[in-house]
Each structure stands twice: as C-alpha cells, then as structure tokens.
Design a protein around this ligand. Structure first.
Ligand SMILES: CCCCCCCCCCCCC[C@H](O)CC(=O)SCCNC(=O)CCNC(=O)[C@H](O)C(C)(C)COP(=O)(O)OP(=O)(O)OC[C@H]1O[C@@H](n2cnc3c(N)ncnc32)[C@H](O)[C@@H]1OP(=O)(O)O
Ligand SMILES: NC(=O)c1ccc[n+]([C@@H]2O[C@H](COP(=O)([O-])OP(=O)(O)OC[C@H]3O[C@@H](n4cnc5c(N)ncnc54)[C@H](O)[C@@H]3O)[C@@H](O)[C@H]2O)c1
Length: 318
C-alpha cells in the first residue's frame, strides 16, 4: 500500500516539476510576430497576421525593400476591403488603417526579436543563409520564442540544428498569394515538441487559415506532388511537345487549375524555382526530372524572374 502511495507521489511530483520546469514545455500563445524577409511571402504573411490582430514586425535588408513591402500590403488590403466592405467603404478605410498600424518595419533583426513570440523566416531559399539567420536570432530571442521557416523545399531540421532550441522550431509553409490561399502546412521535425506544434496550429487557425500537419520530408505534401508535375510540364515543352501557352491552357481548362504551370512559375518567381530545383538535384543527382534546364537557367541569368521583374516565361505590365 505504502509502495503504491510513494510511487504515485513520485509520479505526481514528476508531473508537477514538468509543468513548472520551463517554457520548453509551455504552449506559447502567439501575439507578437517577427517576419524576416519582406518579399512576396513575408509581406503576405505580415498582412494576414496584422489583419487578424497580431502585432507584426517586418524585417528586411534595406528601407527601400521595406517601403515596397508596405506599399504591397496596402494595395492587397485595398483588394480585400473592396470585397469585404463593399457596402461601407469608410469602415474599409478604417480597417486598412488599423491593420497598417499593427505592422512596424526594421532592418535590425536582433532588435526585432526581443519581444517576439514567433519568428517566421521568409528569406531567400538557401540553407546556409537560413542557418546563419536562425543561429544568430537564437542568441537574441527570448527563451519561449518559436522559430518557423516558410521554406518550400529545405529540411526544417537542418535549420533547427543551428539553434539551441530545436524543440521550438518548426515549419509554417504558406502559399502564394498568402491573403488568398487558405492552406498552411505545419511541419514538425523529430525534435519539434508537441507544445510547439500545438502553438503553430493555433496560430494558423487564428490567421483564418486551414492547417495540415506534415512531417519534415522533401516537399512536405503540396510540393512533393506539385514540383514533379511542374517539372514534367517544363520537360514536355523543352522536348518541343507543346508550347507554354498551350500547356497552360490545357491544365487550366482540362484539369481545372487556376493557373497553368508556366503562369504559376512566373507567379512564384523563377529565382526561387531555380533554388528549389538546384537543391533537389543535389539530393537526387540521378533523377532526370531535376536535370538542369537551359531555358530556366537562361531566364534567371537574364534577370527574368517572373511577375516580380515584369518578365519571365511571359511579359507583364506594371
Ligand atoms: C513550368 C516550369 C516549371 C519549373 C519547375 C517548377 C518546380 C518548382 C515549383 C514549386 C513552387 C513552390 C512554391 C511554394 O512553396 C508553394 C506555393 O505557393 S505554390 C503556389 C500556390 N498558388 C497557386 O496555385 C495560385 C493559383 N492561382 C490562383 O489561385 C488565382 O489565380 C489567384 C492568384 C487567386 C488570382 O485569381 P484570378 O481569378 O486569376 O485573378 P484576379 O486578379 O481576378 O483575382 C481573383 C480575386 O482574388 C483577389 N486577389 C488576388 N490576389 C490577391 C492578393 N494578393 N491580395 C488580395 N486579394 C487578391 C482579387 O482581388 C480578386 O478578388 P475579386 O475580384 O474576386 O473580389
Ligand atoms: N514565392 C512563392 O510562391 C513561395 C511560396 C511558399 C514559400 N516560399 C518560400 O518563401 C521564402 C521567400 O520567398 P519569396 O518568394 O517571398 O522570395 P522574395 O525573393 O520575394 O523575398 C525574399 C526577401 O528576403 C529578403 N532577405 C534575403 N536575405 C535576408 C536576410 N538575411 N535578412 C533579411 N531579409 C533577407 C530579400 O531582400 C527579399 O526581400 C523562400 O524560402 C521560398 O522558398 C515561396
């Protein structure tokens, strides 16, 4: 009887110690969000987080980039408001003003993370640069801060290994354009704690998105299926078996996709696509799907990066 009592006591003492031990086991409620990278994805994530009442700090390398990001957020909010407040444009203007007040910008990432509950990284798709960033921010951010990456194709665990908090690292893979796309892939590595995953899931729901849980495997769910399809489209075109225009029309009208693969590539950004496919080729050098594409390499070398540079596979007006 006593043995049973004392072993129960030991169990309860252990549970109490666990629940008081540190923020490692705590479920973090996310209010202050720092987003590193104010390009298409970072600006979109900032917009949605600010629109749902979060306090957002957007970080990039220059004030000019940040100005452009804020202009983009305002323009996108105008499109949202046109629909949501069609009967009441004045309330729409108030909404935009309130949302913009929730976003501050800085070129100083160290200062930006000091009060952050969550850092979302949306910088260039390069492992070394992302690891350097995570390693640096790890020393600057409070203990409870969760680090998430928006990477399209790189292992989250490799970024987490640059920190002393792998249990508080995970993936938040948003889709482009962030204000319109409902899905977020919430990625857990083998070190991500259940509390971190729960905090990230709750955060995506607070943004009004639908999360799916993913393991830290190449391409997670969507890109594991999307990248081979897009690469096949490119190969089909390179073999001379279809013009890019016809392939795009075919996939829109025949498969019901909102954009064809060439339109979508321009929308994503050809530099990002090159980073993704070069990275996958390094991992699977014998896979013919990931062999270098002269067409893609030429466009990127010429600075034709898609919609963001007004030319890629197609030309665009400002
Ligand atoms: C062929 C070469 C291959 C090379 C190999 C490739 C390998 C690698 C590829 C992997 C890339 C992975 C990238 C990433 O990790 C994952 C992704 O993000 S994949 C991209 C996912 N996104 C999509 O698939 C987008 C598909 N497109 C759409 O859903 C729609 O086209 C659109 C973007 C929503 C636009 O809609 P449209 O009807 O076409 O155009 P409209 O302009 O009329 O817009 C409709 C409606 O939406 C509003 N809106 C659009 N954009 C925004 C915005 N940014 N902000 C706010 N509102 C927006 C617009 O105002 C309209 O509103 P309405 O008039 O209806 O009230
Ligand atoms: N473009 C897409 O459709 C898409 C979709 C989902 C995920 N992603 C991923 O999101 C990330 C960003 O993609 P994007 O399309 O927004 O790229 P982008 O080129 O539009 O923006 C990247 C931004 O990061 C900034 N940056 C680069 N290094 C930095 C650093 N060290 N510190 C601060 N800022 C830095 C750049 O100045 C730039 O403004 C990539 O990992 C990409 O794979 C992209």
């Amino acid at each position: 009887m006593f043995r049973l009592f004392s072993s129960n006591m030991a169990f309860f003492t252990h549970q109490i110690q666990r629940s008081f031990s540190s923020s490692v086991v705590r479920n973090v409620v996310i209010k202050n969000v720092t987003i590193i990278g104010g390009g298409q994805m970072g600006a979109g994530i900032a917009q949605v987080a600010a629109s749902t009442g979060h306090s957002v700090t957007l970080v990039d390398m220059t004030d000019d980039i940040l100005k452009k990001a804020m202009k983009g957020i305002q323009g996108s909010l105008r499109r949202v408001v046109k629909k949501k407040f069609s009967d009441d444009p004045e309330s729409g203007d108030d909404f935009i003003q309130k949302v913009m007040q929730n976003v501050s910008t800085t070129t100083n990432p160290a200062a930006a993370v000091t009060t952050s509950d969550l850092v979302v990284e949306a910088i260039v798709e390069n492992m070394k640069i992302k690891q350097d960033l995570f390693g640096f921010l790890d020393k600057m951010a409070p203990e409870h801060t969760i680090f998430a990456s928006n990477t399209s194709s790189l292992p989250i665990s490799d970024m987490a290994s640059a920190t002393s908090r792998p249990d508080r690292c995970g993936g938040l893979h948003f889709f482009n354009p962030v204000p319109m796309m409902k899905l977020v892939e919430v990625v857990a590595t083998s070190s991500t704690s259940p509390e971190t995953s729960e905090s990230l899931l709750n955060f995506t729901k607070a943004l009004g998105k639908t999360p799916v849980c993913c393991k830290d495997t190449p391409g997670f769910i969507v890109n594991r299926l999307l990248v081979p399809y897009m690469m096949e489209a490119l190969r089909l075109h390179e073999r001379g078996h279809g013009s890019k225009e016809d392939i795009d029309i075919a996939m829109k009208l025949g498969a019901g996709y909102p954009m064809g693969p060439f339109e979508l590539s321009d929308y994503v950004g050809l530099d990002t696509i090159k980073f993704i496919t070069d990275g996958w080729r390094e991992k699977e050098p014998d896979n013919p799907l990931f062999a270098p594409s002269d067409l893609l390499n030429k466009l990127v070398a010429e600075g034709k990066l898609g919609k963001k540079s007004l030319e890629g596979f197609y030309k665009y007006n400002k």
